[in-house]
Ligand binder design. Structure first.
Ligand code: SF4
Ligand code: SF4
Ligand code: SF4
Length: 583
């Protein structure tokens, strides 16, 4: 690609032809604030906060939308630019509640930070007549406060262009503009799949996760309850990033932090990831040997499951019947662990710490219940866990390393990589290869499924020479493209891994704010490193999993496994949350 040369604040920089001014500034390591820009999507230039001066131009130009041209001289910090930026922010604040003290985004809010950086200390315009709209708390995953919306449009674009759901859109004009679900319905009544990608990208408190932290503190304060916790692989990867340490160190300190919070037992969702591999790998082999239905599609991402229920109800028989690891672990605690420890299941509360807002929805699905009661009683995100540390004034970095409770806490490296796109397929193939040949493959034999390409393909050669093909997909927009081809019979995949969020769970909607592709790749790298350092790399070699089958479950896909670890799905309307038929 040909290069052009520009200067940004006097710094010369060469960029690819076709780059924007914002790209050039990033390359020159000059920070330009933006509120509406999304990396990888076409710019809209709607917030104008990123406007800059270009020599020879009379008006300021939005740097995210303006192409850089050879010889361009760009200035991002002249008094004219700063005054214009201040005015744009003041205009947003003119219609914004002074709610920071009580807002979940306080201290971690792009708008608040931008106002601070711009030196805004008082309102330029008194808050007069303003748009008023009630807070929507209908969803188990996402809370909408339209009065805090600055109409940047990022949520609309992510929901439509990245996730292919389009549950929310712009409505009204001028002063009456809002971002709303269709027909101004409650979010819970729409096709929203609860992925939280809108929450992760919203620059204000207009979209936040429904916090269940207070409920968790109430459980922990109740001496009559035995409250246990499980944590997903991607949570430790995010903590490693936030606190600047390795994934292994973050994992060990996280366990100590959870014990200090008061949890009676600290279990690892990675144990249940190993269990999922045993069940799902066996299910795949059965389907291959017994003629389908194929492709078998993974079922551990609840955002993907609800997406399939709305938009691909005819493919529901292709979904694995396995519950997600979160739900499997909850069912094992309330039945197996309760029996072994002689604890009445009704006194147990299972809390899950997840990178995901859709897990809150999943935990409340009516299907997610066994004789022991609800599989999981409360789900908090990685962000909520970090807030809990703050509430406890806990210094995470100085905590002593701890270890998971072994009973439902021992896991293999295969369980760790579940948190990254491709991880479920890679972990499953390690065990499927063993089940077919009686020998372990090299732990890295299936690493072709790693990386952030939206759709990846892989092949496995069976002992009889037959080749089984599979696909790995992340992001629901990519899933839609592949599922359309599956529905029209254009593919010959035997299995497909689908994760709703870009990058998989490491890029989940409940992870710390500020995600981008680079961070997502780094978090995935933490999980691969944890896998590499584990002595155990294969789910089928996890001794606690072997013991669970010997003592309790009997074998993968046994009647008891089905009762505890498997579920069913329901067709839903393409236009609303309504159920249409049961599978
Ligand atoms: S969204 Fe940001 S600026 Fe608005 S009330 Fe919340 S913290 Fe304050
Ligand atoms: S949670 Fe996901 S599906 Fe729902 S509105 Fe947000 S981006 Fe769209
Ligand atoms: S809800 Fe958030 S992301 Fe969506 S338009 Fe409003 S401020 Fe932007």
């Amino acid at each position: 690609m040909s290069k052009i040369n520009v200067t940004v604040n006097g710094r010369p920089v060469a960029v690819d032809a076709g780059s924007t001014i914002l790209d050039a500034a990033n390359k020159a390591q000059v920070r330009i604030p933006t509120l509406c820009h999304i990396e990888g999507l076409e710019p809209t230039g709607s917030c104008r906060v990123c406007s800059v001066e270009v020599e020879g131009r009379k008006t300021l130009v939005p740097s995210c939308a303006e192409p850089a041209t050879d010889g361009m001289k760009i200035r991002t910090n002249t008094p004219r630019v700063l005054l214009a930026r201040k005015q744009m922010i003041q205009l947003m604040l003119a219609n914004h509640p002074d709610d920071c003290l009580y807002c979940m985004r306080a201290g971690d809010c792009d708008l608040q930070q931008m106002a601070e950086d711009a030196g805004i200390r008082e309102r330029a315009w008194r808050r007069g007549e303003h748009r008023s709209h009630p807070v929507d708390r209908s969803s188990p995953s996402v809370v909408r406060d339209p009065e805090k919306c600055i109409l940047c449009g990022k949520c609309v674009r992510v929901c439509d262009e990245v996730q292919g759901v389009a549950a929310i859109d712009h409505a009204g004009r001028g002063f009456d503009s809002f971002v709303l679900p269709a027909f101004d319905d409650e979010l819970a009544s729409t096709t929203c799949v609860n992925c939280g990608q809108c929450v992760a990208i919203c620059p204000t408190g207009a979209l936040v996760e429904r916090s269940d932290l207070s409920r968790v503190w109430r459980y922990l304060a109740d001496d009559a309850l035995v409250t246990v916790v499980q944590t997903a692989p991607a949570v430790r990867a995010a903590l490693a990033h936030v606190y600047g340490m390795s994934g292994g160190d973050a994992e060990a300190r996280m366990v100590t932090a959870l014990r200090e919070m008061g949890f009676a037992q600290v279990f690892d969702t990675q144990y249940a990831a190993d269990l999922t591999i045993m069940e799902e790998g066996t299910e795949l082999l059965h389907r291959i040997q017994e003629g389908g239905p194929l492709p078998l599609i993974t079922s551990c991402s609840p955002g993907w499951i609800k997406f399939a229920e709305h938009f691909y109800p005819d493919s529901l028989e292709n979904l694995s019947t396995c519950k997600s690891p979160q739900q499997m672990l909850g069912a094992m605690v309330k039945n197996y662990w309760a029996e072994q420890m002689d604890v009445p299941a009704e006194n147990i509360r299972v809390v899950a710490v997840m990178p995901c807002t859709a897990k809150k929805f999943e935990a409340e699905r009516p299907e997610m219940e066994t004789e022991g009661g609800r599989d999981v009683d409360a789900v908090i995100t990685t962000r909520e866990l970090i807030r809990a540390f703050g509430e406890m004034s806990m210094d995470f970095e100085v905590l002593e390393p701890g270890e998971f409770d072994r009973f439902l806490g021992a896991s293999s490296g295969a369980g760790a990589i579940f948190g990254a796109t491709g991880g479920v397929a890679e972990a499953a193939l390690r065990t499927v290869f063993y089940l077919l040949t009686g020998e372990n493959p090299g732990p890295e034999d299936f690493e072709a499924v790693r990386g952030l390409e939206g759709v990846k393909e892989i092949e496995l050669t069976l002992p009889d020479g037959a080749v089984v093909r599979g696909a790995v997909i992340h992001g629901l927009g990519n899933a839609r493209r592949v599922m359309d081809r599956v529905a029209s019979g254009e593919t010959d995949y035997a299995f497909i891994e689908i994760m709703a969020c870009p990058g998989g769970c490491v890029g989940g909607g409940g992870q710390p704010y500020g995600a981008d592709l680079q961070r997502t790749a780094e978090l995935a790298g933490e999980l691969y490193e944890i896998d590499e350092k584990r002595v155990l790399r294969f789910s089928h070699e996890n001794p606690e999993i072997q013991k669970a089958y010997e003592d309790y479950l009997e074998s993968p896909l046994s009647d008891r496994s089905h009762a505890l670890l498997h579920t069913q799905y329901r067709g839903r309307s393409q236009f609303s949350a309504e159920d249409e038929a049961s599978e």
